[in-house]
Design a protein around this ligand. Structure first.
Ligand code: MN
Ligand code: MN
Length: 319
């Protein structure tokens, strides 16, 4: 076997999978995004959380549980490490005593990542972090389309009087023009709300809202065909709140809601993003303290791998 010019995940025959320093997918850890096509980034931030805390530990746990992921996608035949230079660029040093300062720190860090022409795949952290990421993306790409998987719409006008928290990022992002609402879809929304028409605000902005009940008992592959058509050729950001999945699969999260998506549906959504011009993605709201089996972080790690597998430029080994 000839040595690849691209970084490869450390194999299980080189170091036991439970050994070594925990990086995402056992990739090299590098300083800065220069020279990378894709960077896994941790944002250990949970000070925008409204109920159970602890997603500050998400990046570490996702890295730990990612140790089992091998380089090839056996379902789709994606071979991301054949054509993309990928590494773990570590965590953003947020100021955990100050939410607004942390949001500015995150935006500045993503400015740098994007300036290096590196696509960020982010290990959260609570959903607040998508707002500064979208602010940075806007400077590079203009308004983006969004595929948003979540139990919640995250379009509150404020939380406890605060304009920036984990329940408000998409309200702010739409107001700030960071998103093209007509190129946004929210999937998996459900449960109880403050008002019966809570999910109608995004609809009034032109967002397609697919409530969880519309997904029950179904493959989401046909939906994703419609989503690809709706989102078209422009830049798209993929944001996956792990609470979009049912708490049976992902109990380790801060605001769990029953009746959610299955893991299979989560895979169908991400795999259905293949062909879109994805400019980055995040996986947020993993709170390891409530994740006694590790399955939530394991699922999160695999969903991040699936995101990597649908980025533009990935080669597929079709045999
Ligand atoms: Mn969310
Ligand atoms: Mn949520």
């Amino acid at each position: 076997m000839t040595a690849s010019k691209f970084n490869q995940p450390l194999g299980g025959n080189e170091m036991p999978r439970f050994g070594g320093i925990a990086t995402m997918m056992r990739l090299p850890h590098v300083d800065g995004a220069k020279g990378l096509d894709v960077g896994f980034v941790g944002v250990p931030f949970d000070i925008g959380t409204s109920n159970r805390g602890g997603s500050r530990f998400g990046p570490r746990q996702i890295r730990a549980e990612s140790c089992l992921i091998r380089p090839y996608n056996m379902a789709t035949r994606a071979a991301p490490f054949d054509s993309l230079q990928v590494a773990d660029i570590g965590d953003i040093a947020i100021n955990t005593f100050n939410l607004q300062k942390s949001v500015a720190i995150i935006e500045a860090a993503y400015d740098e990542i994007l300036a290096a022409d590196c696509k960020p795949l982010t290990l959260g952290g609570d959903h607040t972090i998508s707002l500064p990421i979208l602010r940075a993306l806007h400077k590079q790409h203009g308004p983006v389309g969004i595929v948003h998987i979540d139990a919640h719409a995250d379009i509150n006008d404020h939380m406890f009087g605060e304009p920036v928290a984990h329940g408000t990022p998409f309200r702010r992002a739409i107001e700030e023009g960071l998103i093209e609402p007509a190129r946004m879809v929210q999937i998996g929304l459900r449960a109880s709300g403050y008002e019966a028409d809570d999910f109608d605000w995004p609809r009034s902005q032109g967002v397609r809202v697919v409530q969880a009940e519309e997904c029950w008992y179904r493959s989401l592959a046909p939906l994703m065909g419609e989503v690809r058509e709706q989102l078209g050729d422009g830049p798209v950001y993929l944001t996956f709140d792990i609470d979009g999945l049912d708490p049976a699969y992902a109990p380790g999260t801060g605001t769990p809601e029953i009746g959610g998506l299955t893991v299979h549906q989560g895979l169908e959504i991400i795999r259905g993003c293949r062909g879109l011009d994805l400019v980055g993605g995040d996986l947020v709201e993993v709170a390891p303290a409530y994740d006694t089996s590790g399955n939530t972080a394991l699922t999160a790690a695999n969903l991040l791998f699936e995101m990597l597998c649908v980025l533009p430029g990935v080669e597929y080994r079709t045999g």
